[in-house]
Design a protein. Structure first.
Length: 292
């Protein structure tokens, strides 16, 4: 029991480590300018840091003692870049994120767009740095291919397109948007943690399957939390609004169950990982009970 408690404490130490590395990473954006300030503002905007945490937790579970911090940062850079773009007036037109003004509200649309470009390029640079440290060019190439697919038209870009211009409002379209906008970046987290952590490349298919269950559960939990606001704004791309919150919670539990099985199969069922799964479950329950 004491070992489990210490490892859960390690989970919170990882979160602190990520915040410290984000603060240090600002230096890689060059001299202080309005653009660098915007990058810093975007990166320090808070959030649970699920995506970089996953990279660290998977590497921890593999137990090879390999440094995956650059890979973790790359995922967070990709994610933050996507949020900056999603919030733009020509996209979701959000004025606030995490109770603070969005990047374009503070710095303007032009700087916001350049911020996204800067973060994406920095993310690719971090992939290179992590592969270079390992002296594993092959792993770097696999990681690069995964990141470009997840960030491009078959991933986040395509998901945002269908979110804005859905071909239909069917459940099939909604699940496709969830996969492309949300799941693909979690696939990057899982794959990076596995590859840079020293995992067997032959098992990447199973690793992506675990990521799929995690990403679907994550988005359903978010949809439950956002349900009241999305109903108010008549936003259709919400699974809980589409199938009802009771059925959405059932689907969430199914995905979480499948995730737990995948984690055990891959040897990733550590106390730290169980803590993250518990946090995800609590997030969904809060959303479900809100307004009841």
């Amino acid at each position: 029991m004491a070992t489990d408690v210490s490892r859960v404490s390690q989970f919170y130490l990882y979160r602190d480590k990520i915040e410290q590395e984000i603060a240090r990473s600002i230096l890689c954006f060059g001299e202080k300018t309005k653009l660098r300030d915007a990058c810093e503002y975007a990166l320090k905007g808070g959030g649970k840091r699920y995506r970089p945490l996953l990279v660290l937790l998977i590497a921890e579970a593999l137990g090879k003692g390999l440094d995956v911090l650059d890979a973790a940062m790359s995922v967070e850079f990709f994610h933050t870049a996507s949020l900056v773009v999603d919030d733009l007036p020509c996209m979701d037109n959000e004025e606030e994120r995490r109770s603070s003004p969005t990047v374009h509200k503070i710095y303007g649309e032009s700087i916001a767009l350049l911020t996204s470009y800067s973060l994406i390029c920095a993310a690719f640079e971090k992939i290179h740095h992590n592969a270079e440290k390992m002296k594993e060019a092959g792993i770097g190439m696999i990681a690069l291919a995964e990141a470009t697919r997840a960030a491009g038209i078959l991933g986040a870009v395509g998901g945002q397109f269908y979110d804005l211009f859905p071909p239909s409002l069917s459940l099939e379209t909604l699940r496709d948007v969830i996969y492309k906008k949300t799941v693909t970046l979690f696939e990057v987290s899982f794959v990076f943690g596995w590859l840079f952590g020293g995992g067997d490349e032959a098992l990447l298919g199973r690793v992506k399957q675990a990521a799929y269950h995690f990403g679907m559960a994550f988005q359903i939990a978010d949809d439950l939390v956002d349900l009241a606001q999305d109903e108010k704004n008549e936003r259709d791309m919400n699974l809980a609004r589409h199938i009802g919150k009771e059925r959405a919670l059932v689907v969430f539990e199914e995905e979480l169950k499948a995730l737990r099985v995948s984690l055990v199969t891959l040897g990733l069922d550590t106390p730290s990982f169980r803590k993250m799964v518990e946090m995800l479950h609590q997030h969904a329950v809060r959303g479900f009970t809100a307004g009841c």
